[in-house]
Design a protein around this ligand. Sequence first.
Ligand SMILES: [Zn+2]
Ligand SMILES: [Zn+2]
Length: 807
Amino acid sequence: MEDKYPFAEIEYKWQKYWEQHKIYEVEKDSSKEKYYVLEMFPYPSATLHVGHTRPYSITDVIARFKLLQGFNVLHPVGYDSFGMPAEISAFERSMHPATWTYQCIDNIRAQFKRLGFSYDWRREIITCEPSYYRWNQWFFLKFYEKGLAYRKKTPANWCSKCETVLANEQVIDGQCWRCNTKVEQKNLEQWFLSITSYAERLLDTSNLKEWPERVLLMQKNWIGRSEGVEIKFKIKNEELPVFTTRPDTIFGATYVVLSPEHPLVNNIIHLSKSRGLIKKFVEKAKSKDMTIATILDMEKEGIWTGFYAVNPVNNEKIPIWVANYVLTEYGTGAIMAVPTHDQRDFEFAKKYGLPMRIVIQKQTSDSKLQNVEEMTQSYEGEGVLVNSGQFNGLENKQAIDKIGIWMEQQGIGERKVYYKLRDWCISRQRYWGTPIPIVYCEKCGIVAVPENDLPVKLPKKITITRKGQSPLAYVEEFVNCTCPKCRGRARRETDTMDTFVCSSWYFLRYTSINSEKVPFNLEDVNYWMPVEQYVGGVEHAILHLLYARFFNKFLKDIGMVNNEEPFTNLLVHGMVIKDGAKMSKSKGNVVSPDEIIERYGADVLRLFMLFAAPPQPDLEWSDKGIEGANRFLNRVWRLVKQVVESEKCGGQENQRILRKLHHTIKKVTEDIERFHFNTAIASIMELINTVQQSSPIRKEILETIVLLLSPFVPHICEEMWESMGNKPSIFNQSWPKYNPELIKEEETLIIIQVNGRVRDKMLVPSGISEEDVRKMVLNREKVRKWTGGKTIENIIFIPDKLINIVV
Ligand SMILES: [Zn+2]
Ligand SMILES: [Zn+2]
């Protein structure tokens, strides 16, 4: 029996058909409800392995399902094609980054087409094209006009391997997010976008409907809002502002700590008698990596400066220390130390023998007071204030507000909100990115390139040197320019933008086709935005997802979009692993989709990915799983063929099968809605088993099964649909609806006896098992009345009729 379905022929046929008949091309249509579904666009490196294809398969199911449900579905794709790997690959192969990038894009596009994804190809975006990146420059000018783009010399995160600066979001555990090299600090002039101006609005997640809790939490922690008081300590006639979230402990401050980078430290070194020692300590501390992650594990070290600060609440003189456990970036870079009520301060004070004073007394049942000598750790819990002047006896929670207000009235403190979030550093010292549209004029200083002169194009001729400076700095024709203001001599900015700028608004560009004079059309954006369903990896939780939200909010403020948030719902998918590890070239465990498509067809690959696990957890690659998917599709294929060829098709309606069919429609619909593709597919398989046992098989039932399968395996379903005498495309059909009458459980009345006497009656689903009935019956009040406290000797069960409990 010739039983392998001709997948190669079928898949090619339908891909051509979809293209010719523009099945996935979509326009605005106010008569239809729109649905925008999007997967984070790929970075074009070499080719995709099967791990990469998983998220696109997930998104494609959603797109096709919504299409069948009658939505006007936007499902576009593009390539995030600027960035470091292109530059490195090009350097290693002596190839121009553009040549390398476009080769990769051609490979990936061909792979997408072979997988049969339902993209509107007219909307394809390639971010390294001047027609795209000119708008990065244009947005930069908008930020600059509003004072939200600025240049600053500051210690920057420097990756010596990538030879570029990194944003804070791109430093993970003190290492480069891309290559894991330990990040150093380097003083450089950098361009920043003021994401901190949006900190409060980024914390508001009320418009993010279905976002994974962990992603929201990661963003919240990253933004790191804290409310507190900035207290003005005094050093002689100068003020030393110190930020604390615990003003209720102010009377317990026994020393002050400056971070090694605090601006006052230089003065102190200058004035101190032991300046040599302090200088040595500060230099050593600065040379270490000072990020939150590393500071937590670091041995706390410090040095006394020889100076004192005055606590403004009680005029007490307390010593000023410099220590490695205080971050410059946090608050004011200086803290008041309260060792009794802060564990880090406690450890430090113990180590250096610094004084301690309890100011919050824990309320204990024996009203025994704590004392400092007995403390083995700080007390950070609640209690009543002691040793705190006029605030003694107050609950510390109330004291937080009261003391804050009092300090403001006294002019010795100010209530403030601080964030951990820092502005987004977008300067990159590399060639393959968007040139920053700024020139430096000898007369006028920093001058923005006028809108009409955009795009500032990357020069084609380039030598990638990898020498720690942007290769653009060596291109005279690029660097030397005239000042747009005075027409005098000027030099161009040679750094390019972080590639995350490209991905911060690409979803808006997709909405407009052929918009050359604008980044996107307002009517298009207003019709299509926001994205109903966004799909992507968790590694972007505080990178892309935070930047894109920030961009969207800014664009709303300048009247370019209507929505506060770009992505209403977010699905975070797992990876594909093989032999216990993430697929990667370096581990040698990569499977190419091309091989699988060659051997089994795209539908088999898609079915395996969707059936092996729900989208969220990681998925283990399995050759057996591929075989299983292949067997299943061949079985469906033969079944359809058999029915089409059979004279007997169109037999009697079988109630049992019809009920099973409608149950399955309901389950598959609900499962797809909540992304449980694996259980949806399993229930279709079960249905097919049931249908196969009946004879003759009605064609209408098979047609519905094919419709249910079509979002997962579109090619084979198109072919089967057509072979059953229907007009293509199956994606012009409507998603099947279930008949509520048919999914009602049939019920039977069961008689309940105790010792042979009727005591109760109960409605149960037909065919219910003895075990289930027993559980339900024994808990019924009327039954317990007769069985309570007695031992059950025997139970007699007659299915769908009677249960008799013998006690
Ligand atoms: Zn790196
Ligand atoms: Zn000028």
